[in-house]
Design a binder for this molecule. Sequence first.
Ligand code: MN
Length: 227
Amino acid sequence: MYLFEPSARPALTIAGDERMFPIRQVYCIGRNYADHAAEMGFEATPESPFYFLKPAECVTQKPVVPFAVGTQKLQHEVELVVALKSGGRGLTPEQAQVAIAGYAVGLDLTRRDLQIKNRDQGRPWEIGKVFDDAAPCSALHLVEDTGYLTEGPIELLINGETRQQGDLNQMIHDPVALICYLSTLQTLHAGDLIFTGTPAGVSDLQPGDRLTAKCAGVGEMSVTLSD
Ligand code: MN
């Protein structure tokens, strides 16, 4: 018995499938493309990746979402999203690969001004990364249909104009390596999502902008930021 009805579990639609993918934890990898790390003023290194979490409630497939409140510098980060159908701790690369349910393309929307201000003050990043509708995402495409994605173009267009362009093969840590790494620090579970980092070209968004995220293997997804 609950005091009130629990909210529905966030979930993603699955391309060509009536079932939904129930979302558990959302891991977001930082600085996984050298050119994006450089534009943020960092040198990417092949040492341990780092990550932060977004609540599953941030994931949305709504075609229109409100422009984020509290920021003068909302930015986009287009990312390959890896979805897990199994988990565990201390996974081997083989175990990590079979844990992959499929892929989506998503946006790690970021209140960059708040992120950087708090980062520079030695405070946590959440205020820059966690807000309503902070993670628009496409339908999930099952690995049975896509194969294991390790290369191919990933890009983001705003109002039809290309702003971010990269290739999945530019990731410093590929999806299997990221799953292995995350599984050394906590138990991974079916339903976990991993936003795998963004290539260079992040830029400021304006109310009314229409964002289109494209990624090899998973097609495209569009979302409009309402006023
Ligand atoms: Mn990101």
